[in-house]
Design a protein around this ligand. Structure first.
Ligand code: HEC
Ligand code: HEC
Length: 200
């Protein structure tokens, strides 16, 4: 009985290795598919509600003033164009943002707020005046996020010094409507829901 079992096991092993060594059929292999995104771990409705929170931060004055639709950065909670005619071209004509916006500054009203590497993002990274659907689509398009995918954006909103600036702007300036922790949490929940976008 035992010998019989051993024999059949051997036969199996032989045929298996023979099959493995057999020449491959001439059918070309199927083209590799792009990896599927991981399945959502957060319900879509929760993701959409979280995105509303994300949006309320992106379009709050501290963020939006540096992500304007026009050529000039904006100032104050009213979003008025930057004083002294500052535009995104000012650094090219020799007036660097950091000439006034230093790494550390005085916590007094109307002085230039301070943070390392103060500058404007590329002209496509606009938060001002974007509809929720348009801003959502923008975040999903690496051509408009500086090549960042959702994972990289998540890291950006967690650690970037210019993002963190918004929660300690000094000079009596207001801060975004969510805490930084709640903002990062909402951003993560939106991503984990599969990054759903609102219809409008
Ligand atoms: C001083 C100007 C400044 C402020 C203030 C600022 N940003 Fe930005 N932001 C930038 C610059 C510059 C980049 C581009 C950085 C890069 O690509 O390396 C950027 C890029 C981004 C990006 C990635 C690109 C995109 O648009 O998808 C996100 C997301 C972002 N900022 C969110 C925020 C949020 C949220 C706040 C407020 C909490 C904020 N930013 C405040 C200057 C600013
Ligand atoms: C000549 C000095 C000067 C230069 C150069 C300058 N700024 Fe400013 N900036 C200021 C001052 C002063 C304020 C504060 C205005 C106030 O609060 O009344 C300010 C405020 C801002 C604000 C508003 C911050 C907030 O949280 O609302 C943004 C955004 C800004 N500057 C972006 C820039 C960018 C981007 C550049 C370079 C392209 C730049 N600034 C160049 C002086 C300057």
């Amino acid at each position: 009985m035992r010998a019989e079992l051993l024999f059949s096991l051997l036969v199996c092993a032989c045929t298996a290795s023979f099959a493995a060594a057999a020449p491959r059929s001439s059918v070309p292999p199927a083209p590799a598919l792009a990896p599927l995104p991981p399945p959502p771990t957060v319900p879509r409705e929760v993701g959409l509600a979280s995105f509303a929170g994300v949006l309320s931060v992106l379009q709050s004055p501290r963020c939006q003033n540096c992500h304007p639709a026009g050529v000039a950065p904006l100032q104050t909670d009213a979003g008025v164009p930057h004083s002294m005619g500052i535009t995104r071209d000012s650094p090219q004509v020799g007036l660097d943002c950091a000439a006034c916006h230093r790494e550390v500054g005085l916590d007094l009203p109307n002085l230039p707020p301070a943070s390392p590497h103060w500058h404007l993002p590329p002209a496509v990274q606009v938060f001002e005046g974007r509809s929720p659907a348009a801003l959502c689509a923008q975040l999903l398009d690496p051509a408009q996020t500086g090549g960042r995918d959702l994972g990289a954006l998540r890291e950006h909103v967690k650690h970037d010094p210019l993002v963190l600036y918004a929660w300690s702007p000094g000079g009596g300036r207001t801060v975004p409507p969510l805490s930084h922790e709640a903002f990062v949490e909402s951003f993560g929940a939106w991503v984990d829901a599969g990054a759903p976008c609102p219809a409008r």
